[in-house]
Design a binder for this molecule. Structure first.
Ligand code: PMP
Length: 369
């Protein structure tokens, strides 16, 4: 499959490789959560864990590799892909490199889960762990170490998700097209997006989707413009990240927030309208709700995005969207919980009774015997 608009279509026929199974993710109603929260709007999640490598970052990995090949910057048999990442871009890159036959080295902050490391190793990537607390521009950070490796390794190339225009473009053409295709072909009363909610790491996801929305809005005329209200773009940022304001600090959620502004992030209107801060506790609680109530095996940053969306919809600014049965709210759910099974915040779920209605004191097994 080729061309910018490939993502509009569902699978047809037989795919050439797992790279053709990158993206093409479903947009799924979060009906039980919406009902429980008293929301009248259509609350939906774009479920990126369905992608081949398990996250939203597969899209940029595929695009960065293929564009670098076209430009002659990646040469089979010669180039070695090196990338600093919180893990998911690494998995996407290692997947592409495994299929295409490139060597791959990933620098990964210590806090990122063991599951991501194991996945990377299974794809043949080499891993270098770096101190989580290292400032982004220090020699020891995942970015600093990647740069050092590139200088010392012949054929080493950093595709650099923080500055590579193909990062936001993968969402401008892919993620955005899929969302609008899903809405257009749905039975929902309106086909436009009233509110888009996404967390920001590099910012590629939110910047790419938002730019495509603004491009579409700029072309609307008269009647169309009236029936398509301006989309509110809401960025969600963890406490401890500076992107949405505040001081740098520690937090558990992986993949979102930074102590610097990546070049690919366009954080201001008209692209991003508003930032909202979330903390680990509400993010992990919301992640567990998405799993328990909606059956969606999402990871921690999906909970951040959902909790930010719910807080906005309950605020003065979001009230009218929340009360509008025709309004469409799209929340980007970036990866899956299988990346985090060993993390204490998720493991503790397994200690609770499966059915919370059942009295914890009752021993289910002795009852069954
Ligand atoms: N959630 C997770 C789990 C991620 O790995 C990432 C990528 N760092 C994001 C959210 C944010 O995506 P982006 O880099 O496009 O802002």
């Amino acid at each position: 499959m080729s061309g910018e608009l490939q993502s509009q279509h569902h699978w047809q026929g037989v795919l050439d490789s797992a790279l053709d199974a990158v993206g093409h993710t479903p947009l799924i109603k979060l009906q039980k959560i919406a009902r429980a929260e008293g929301l009248k709007c259509n609350l939906m999640g774009k479920c990126e864990f369905f992608s081949a490598g398990g996250s939203v970052k597969d899209r940029i990995a595929k695009r960065m590799v293929e564009e670098a090949e076209k430009e002659g910057r990646l040469i089979p048999g010669e180039s070695i892909v090196i990338e600093p990442t919180s893990g998911n871009t690494g998995i996407g890159l290692a997947l592409a490199c495994a299929i295409k036959g490139y060597k791959c080295i990933i620098t990964l902050p210590a806090k990122m889960s063991l599951e991501k490391e194991v996945m990377l190793r299974s794809l043949g990537a080499e891993i270098v762990r770096t101190p989580t607390e290292a400032a982004w521009d220090s020699d020891e950070s995942h970015i600093g170490i990647a740069k050092k490796l590139q200088k010392s390794i012949k054929g080493g190339i950093i595709l650099d998700q923080y500055s590579n225009p193909n990062n936001p473009l993968a969402h401008y053409y892919g993620t955005y097209e899929e969302i609008t295709y899903a809405l257009r072909t749905s039975d929902l009363p309106r086909k436009d997006i009233s509110l888009l909610v996404a967390g920001a790491g590099t910012g590629g996801t939110i910047t790419g989707i938002a730019r495509a929305i603004r491009n579409y809005e700029s072309k609307l005329v008269n009647g169309d413009a009236a029936s398509h209200g301006r989309t509110i773009v809401l960025a969600v940022d963890p406490e401890g990240s500076i992107l949405g304001g505040g001081e740098p600090g520690n937090y558990e959620v992986e993949g979102i927030g930074y102590d610097f502004f990546p070049e690919v992030l366009d954080p201001k209107p008209p692209v991003v309208d508003k930032w909202i801060k979330t903390d680990d506790e509400e993010a992990f609680a919301a992640t567990k709700r998405l799993i328990r109530e909606e059956g969606l095996f999402v990871g921690g940053s999906s909970g951040s995005a959902l909790s930010g969306a719910l807080r906005f919809l309950k605020s003065e600014d979001g009230k009218s969207i929340a009360a509008d049965p025709n309004a469409n709210v799209v929340v980007i759910l970036p990866d899956g919980v299988r990346n985090y099974i060993s993390k204490p915040w998720f493991l503790e779920t397994s200690k609770r009774p499966v059915n919370e209605d059942i009295d914890e004191k009752e021993d289910l097994h002795s009852t069954i015997k």
